[in-house]
Ligand binder design. Structure first.
Ligand SMILES: CC(C)(COP(=O)(O)OP(=O)(O)OC[C@H]1O[C@@H](n2cnc3c(N)ncnc32)[C@H](O)[C@@H]1OP(=O)(O)O)[C@@H](O)C(=O)NCCC(=O)NCCS
Length: 186
């Protein structure tokens, strides 16, 4: 299934392009952005290039594959952030999501706007059954974002993740297609 460009009132969500990569590297190396994310401050252009490879339409919707989507400011065309969608292997019709916004575009409701559009698209276009995210328990903005989108916290995985030199606690969030529609998103 192909990746159509999604448009919200302030954003375009599309596949990554070569011109996005310098901005992508710059915000991913920001210590506040990387704090609870798996990458380190040495994240580089080589890592960013992989996002172009993963922009391959044929991979989208394939179980076991992550695809990274670029979140772009509609007026200026500047990259604001990215959303990763992972069609997991272990279950059918189940997608893990992750979102990252550049510091200068945080706190403006843009992450919520982008995520709402992507989650709706996953449910409608791919007939996904369940969308979930695992976040560091200390990551208050990410937890607030998921809650505001209607994700339920399903579990607290206490000291389950050996992360950047310490045991960390993860919170598991999810929303089902029927819950999403019931909340009036669908
Ligand atoms: C997680 C992240 C994308 C959230 O972005 P954001 O710009 O704060 O999100 P939004 O402005 O769209 O806010 C979404 C909701 O969270 C709330 N929120 C955001 N930060 C908050 C905070 N520090 N405390 C309480 N609520 C907060 C907002 O009020 C909003 O709720 P509302 O829609 O009910 O008003 C951003 O902080 C980020 O990129 N962090 C670094 C990467 C990361 O850790 N990603 C998580 C991986 S899943």
């Amino acid at each position: 299934m192909g990746f159509a460009v999604l448009e919200t009132s302030r954003l375009l969500i599309r596949r990554f392009a070569e011109d996005d990569l310098a901005d992508l590297v710059a915000y991913r190396r920001d210590p506040t952005v990387a704090l609870y994310q798996e990458w380190g401050l040495d994240w580089s252009l080589v890592d960013a290039q992989r996002y172009l490879e993963h922009a391959d339409e044929s991979k989208l919707g394939t179980q076991g594959e992550w695809t990274q989507l670029a979140v772009v400011d509609l007026t200026s065309g500047r990259l604001c952030g990215d959303i990763g969608v992972h069609f997991i292997d272990a279950q059918p019709s189940t997608v893990e999501v992750g979102v990252t916004m550049s510091s200068e575009f945080q706190g403006l409701g843009l992450a919520g706007e982008a995520m709402r559009s992507v989650v709706a698209w996953l449910f409608s276009e791919f007939e996904i059954h369940r969308v979930f995210a695992h976040v560091d328990a200390r990551n208050i903005p990410a937890r607030a974002l998921l809650t505001s989108l209607g994700f339920r916290q399903e579990a607290e995985l206490r000291e389950a993740d050996w992360f950047k030199g310490e045991w960390t606690t993860l919170c598991a969030y999810a929303v089902l297609a029927k819950e999403w529609i019931h909340q009036g998103h669908g």
